[in-house]
Design a protein around this ligand. Structure first.
Ligand code: PGA
Length: 247
């Protein structure tokens, strides 16, 4: 039985002071018994947020990292830095990073491998554009993204990976995929994981849905057989996040 995992993706929101206010507001509102809960916060908020969450079961995640250990990569952050700061999860290949920061299937794979080797859990994002959906190539496209992201990841390592299916047209738009649309693609992701590894691994990997998840649609989406929780953007900055986790 897969445990649900609900992650908030704060994106580029909340100064350290604002982050603390949000954490104090949310931390007693989320029930961490039945689901793993992660706050993926801006890098500068990591240390104060980790501190503020001590004594809770809420984990902290980063939104990106570099695939090298260290070196001349101005502006980047390494896995070791994140780990020492108390980070457990890292979002890899979010569509905004693919769109605005030249993230490719190749860098996503390098980052995923590096995160896993270091002991961080990657939340690997995949998802189609509206154009791809209209051309009916969603499943083919997402299958390729998953295969590329998991290249050279061993079966043992793959068990702990989290995949987030986020249709780009549903992100930040208020338009959610229907539970049937989301289930169809999440099932295809589980199927491709089964093809790469085996049914056992496919059964264990947690697959999230993301894209305009809120307190009113979470219950239906997360009740689908292949959807093991969500990656939540806008609604993770509000009290609504408590409602989503506790649905
Ligand atoms: P959204 O963002 O919930 O605001 O649509 C989701 C995401 O980008 O992870």
């Amino acid at each position: 039985m897969r445990k649900k995992i609900i992650a908030g993706n704060w994106k580029m929101n909340k100064t350290p002071k604002e982050a603390l206010e949000l954490v104090h507001n949310l931390k007693n509102k989320v029930d961490t018994d039945k689901a793993d809960v992660v706050f993926c916060v801006p890098a500068i908020d990591i240390i104060p947020v980790v501190d503020a969450l001590k004594g809770t079961n809420i984990s902290v995640g980063a939104q990106n990292m570099h695939f090298k250990d260290n070196g001349a990569f101005t502006g980047e952050i390494s896995a070791d830095m994140l780990i020492e700061a108390g980070v457990k999860y890292v979002i890899i290949g979010h569509s905004e990073r693919r769109q605005y920061f030249n993230e490719t299937d190749e860098t996503v794979n390098k980052k995923a491998l590096h995160a896993i080797e270091k002991g961080l859990t990657p939340i690997i994002c995949v998802g189609e554009t509206l154009e791809q959906r209209e051309k009916a190539i969603t499943v083919d496209f997402v299958r390729i993204q998953v295969r590329s992201a998991l290249k050279d990841v061993s079966a043992e390592q793959a068990r702990h990976v989290v995949i987030a299916y986020e249709p780009i047209w549903a992100i930040g738009t208020g338009v959610t995929a229907t539970s049937e649309q989301a289930q169809e693609v999440c099932a295809a992701i589980r199927e491709v994981i089964g093809e790469i590894y085996n049914d056992d691994v496919a059964d264990e990997v947690r697959i999230q849905y993301g894209g305009s998840v809120n307190g009113s649609n979470a219950a239906e989406l997360f009740s689908m057989p292949d959807i093991d929780g969500g990656l939540v953007g806008g609604a993770s900055l509000k009290d609504d996040f408590g409602g989503i986790v506790n649905y």
